[in-house]
Design a protein around this ligand. Structure first.
Ligand code: PMP
Length: 814
């Protein structure tokens, strides 16, 4: 990415003198001038005239240079009074010349020298700040009609690149600062759809104190058009405001005159002010990240940013402390715009719940997205039985992080989907898929190292005996293959599964899904309903302190004894039907059985029983795998069992369809010898790229520990709700897979109340959850892994509002 590294052309004063003479016929006295990437020299000719000789950044493409030169002509034409440098042609009459220097050939140009002092050397008062705002507005107006292909340059200073830069967060030594930067990047990412909907145009993009000259209270020079991009117009004032803070020129509370000045010259839109905070914060974060990167790769370049970066850290903290709401309100006042004014309504970002309409207002009278596909068309083309969520089905068009968006740009908090494990449309996964599909998309009948890298990385997270993989395309297929391996290894045909388990859709696997088939070869084990969850609070002892207490232990022992009896009975039933067990399948999260989280002793006990009967243990990690429990990377570890086969699906490709079967090499080779196995798409190069990217993001963004911390916070807050609302009960599960029991209210069953709640949450608060369990009476909360406590707070507020009404009267809540 451009501008990460500072690779300034190195030219000596005598060389600059020679260039001025040979290319421009100017005999001059030469002095160096500052410049981050261009080498700049001040020339004072014998006639007293002053110019600036610019030897352009060697990394800048010819198009960017061409753009820089053309824009100066364009601005001068549109607003001749704007103080931008004027270009002087070479002796050959060209806008730029070529010179040789160390490392190759460089572009050189000559512009008029603009007098004044750098803004960075002043303490600007309100008048100067207002004039600065006015100048920016005039500049943006002049730039409005300008276009050049180079405006699409990928430059680190374009804050829209922040989600890419954030991968360098690991280089930031301070954990607190790293966290702030990551939060800034995540917040910006969430606002990206709203940002994309703002009016865009060519902007200077770098109007900071060292690119602006001041004479008295006026701006006398706008320099350096090398960072120009096509971007939301709001980014122009945002960069300047951010830089005023980072250069420590203006305190946070004194930025208003810039916006006042801007809006006196050119209208600012309400939606632009709404995003200003995020853009300003993002610029601070980008500076810190570029500095951190340079600290490792370009020490000299880092030094240039040292002072600014320390100040960026301080102002980032101040911004985050002051909060977007309060600052945005001040800036709306300064710009004369209204919160939620006409323009801001064009694309609502994921605004905090508090800023949204109160429950009931949005509900049924919210505008329907204009292009929602009509249901009859869907029924005709997909069959009326194709499942849909919610009474008012949602039409979604975009996802980002933990947010989903409808065609009107309204945001929905996704607390349900686990396929986008590392977040919807995670840029690193998207890029990995795009790059691989644009390079090579072949299958595993050719050699390719990516899939081996992936297999190595995946198996490294598992116990040593789980060391080889078969790649397929879904969780169902993975279970189907595991089932075939189990049968062919043991020579048996019976299976044990947990009550109400779900393992997939193929013919064979549907039989392992009780409720979808009545296969005599499949017998169920009772779900651990009566065992306390691993997080369940213990009974208080006589002294009021928490301890493990005799009562729960006795209960636990009784429940474990019952589980042992049940497992033995299941094995007997299977034998009576004439089958020996080939496998015990367990969804390690016990999701569809009701989201139970029994103590590890339960899993160990069941595993021992079935293993001693000769069954292989298949841990179906489609739900719990890749760290969802927060406490372990694999769910079977939390269950206290050691599987022979592990199956993966949903989250592994973050939306790219993938499934994996992992077992010992011996098991897999025996299966291959017997049946041969090949899946066209399974393990293709694109899948490998997606899978690897998911593992990388999980690690770099520390999402497993986030699942633990946020999950614990979420669980505690959900548990507290139960005490306040009669329709809510205990919380089940752990990490980012949680269930909340729903209770019946009057004549309304728990199932009806659960249904009411999830529909109210979707329609009124735009919070998407589901329900689960054999009786569909457990609220299911299973968000993407970047789900944070602040998102949990939104869900709690939404459930609180809905549960209060449902507890009073579920009918009235309709
Ligand atoms: N196993 C479990 C535990 C699941 O939850 C699912 C899907 N919900 C599957 C297997 C099947 O996966 P897929 O839908 O990708 O075939």
């Amino acid at each position: 990415m451009l501008a990460l590294r500072t690779a300034r052309a190195i030219f000596t004063l005598p060389e600059a003198e020679r260039i001025a003479r040979e290319h421009y016929g100017i005999v001059a006295c030469v002095h160096p001038l500052p410049g981050e990437r261009d080498a700049n020299f001040h020339l004072r000719g014998a006639d007293g005239r002053e110019h600036v000789l610019k030897i352009i950044d060697p990394e800048a493409s010819p198009e960017t240079t061409d753009c820089q030169l053309r824009v100066l002509r364009h601005v001068a034409e549109q607003d001749p009074t704007l103080p931008v440098p004027r270009i002087f042609p070479t002796l050959r009459g060209e806008d730029a010349g070529k010179v040789e220097g160390a490392g190759g050939s460089y572009t050189v140009c000559l512009v008029g020298y603009l007098g004044g002092r750098l803004l960075s050397k002043q303490t600007p008062g309100p008048v100067l700040l207002e004039n600065l705002g006015r100048t920016l507005a005039r500049l943006d107006r002049a730039l409005q009609g300008f276009f050049h292909p180079a405006l699409g340059q990928r430059i680190a200073w374009d804050v829209r690149r922040l989600p890419e830069l954030v991968e360098f967060a690991g280089y930031i030594p301070s954990a607190a600062l790293r966290d702030s930067v990551q939060r800034a990047a995540a917040a910006l990412e969430e606002r990206m759809p709203a940002l994309r909907s703002l009016r865009g145009q060519a902007i200077h993009g770098d109007c900071h104190g060292q690119n602006l000259l001041v004479d008295g209270d006026s701006i006398s020079g706008i320099l350096d058009f090398g960072d120009m991009i096509h971007a939301p117009r709001a980014l122009e004032p945002a960069v300047t405001l951010a830089e005023l803070l980072m250069e420590d020129l203006v305190p946070l509370g004194a930025l208003a005159p810039v916006l006042q000045g801007y809006s006196r010259e050119a209208r600012l839109e309400s939606g632009e002010i709404e995003l200003l905070y995020d853009l300003i914060v993002a610029r601070q974060a980008a500076t810190i990240l570029v500095h951190a990167w340079r600290g490792r790769h370009d020490v000299e370049g880092a030094r240039v940013l040292d002072a600014q970066t320390s100040q960026a850290a301080r102002s980032l903290e101040a911004l985050q402390k002051a909060g977007r709401e309060a600052l945005t309100a001040t800036w709306h006042r300064a710009a004369g715009t209204r919160i939620g004014g006409a323009a801001s309504g064009r694309a609502a970002g994921p605004e905090p719940l508090a800023a949204r309409e109160p429950p009931g207002v949005l509900g049924n009278c919210a505008p329907q997205p204009p292009d929602a596909p009509d249901l009859s068309r869907r029924h005709r083309l997909m069959g009326a039985g194709a499942e849909l969520f919610y009474e008012r089905p949602l039409h979604l068009v975009r996802g980002s992080g933990v947010w989903l968006y409808d065609p009107l740009g309204r945001s929905y908090l996704d607390v349900y989907n686990n396929v986008p494990h590392v977040g919807h449309a995670h840029p690193k996964v998207v890029r990995a898929i795009q790059e691989q599909v644009a390079t090579l998309a072949t299958h595993t009948r050719y050699l390719h190292s990516r899939i081996l890298d992936y297999a190595e990385r995946l198996t490294a997270t598992l116990p040593a005996h789980l060391n080889a993989c078969i790649f397929v395309n879904s969780g169902s297929e993975a279970n189907d293959v595991a089932w075939r391996i189990a049968q062919s290894t043991t020579g048996r045909r019976g299976a044990l599964v947990v009550e109400h388990a779900y393992h997939g859709i193929t013919d064979a696997v549907a039989a392992l899904t009780p409720g979808t088939g009545q296969d005599p070869r499949v017998v169920t084990l009772a779900a651990p309903r009566t065992l306390p969850g691993q997080n369940a609070p213990r009974a208080p002892s006589a002294g009021g302190e928490l301890d493990s207490g005799p009562e729960p232990c006795t209960l636990e022992r009784a429940a474990l004894a019952a589980a042992a009896v049940d497992a033995d009975q299941a094995l007997r039933t299977l034998a009576e039907r004439g089958f020996a067990p080939a496998a015990f399948f367990i969804d390690s999260a016990l999701t569809s059985s009701g989201i139970y989280d029994p103590p590890a002793a339960w899993g160990t006990l069941v595993a021992e029983r079935v293993r001693s009967a000769g069954a292989l243990i298949v841990a179906d990690e489609v739900q719990y795998g890749l760290g969802r429990s927060g406490s372990h990377f694999w769910g079977f570890e939390r269950r206290g069992m050691m599987p022979d086969i592990v199956t993966l699906g949903k989250p592994v490709g973050n939306g790219y369809p993938m499934g994996v079967v992992i077992a010992s090499r011996e098991l897999i080779e025996a299966f291959q010898r017997r049946y041969g196995f090949f899946s066209t798409f399974g393990g293709n190069a694109v899948a490998a790229a997606a899978g690897l990217a998911v593992l990388e993001v999980l690690e770099s963004e520390e999402l497993v520990s986030n699942a633990a911390a946020t999950g614990e916070y979420f669980r505690r807050r959900l548990a507290a709700l139960g005490a306040r609302h009669p329709c809510l009960g205990a919380v089940r599960g752990t990490g980012l897979l949680l269930g909340v029991e729903v209770k019946s209210v009057g004549a309304h069953t728990a199932r009806q109340c659960a249904k009411r709640l999830i529909n109210m949450l979707a329609a009124e608060s735009r919070v998407l959850i589901g329900y689960e369990g054999p009786d569909a009476d457990v609220l299911k909360l299973r968000p993407p892994m970047p789900f944070r406590p602040e998102h949990a707070d939104l869900v709690i507020a939404a459930i609180e509002a809905a549960a209060a009404r449902v507890s009073r009267n579920p009918d009235a809540a309709k």
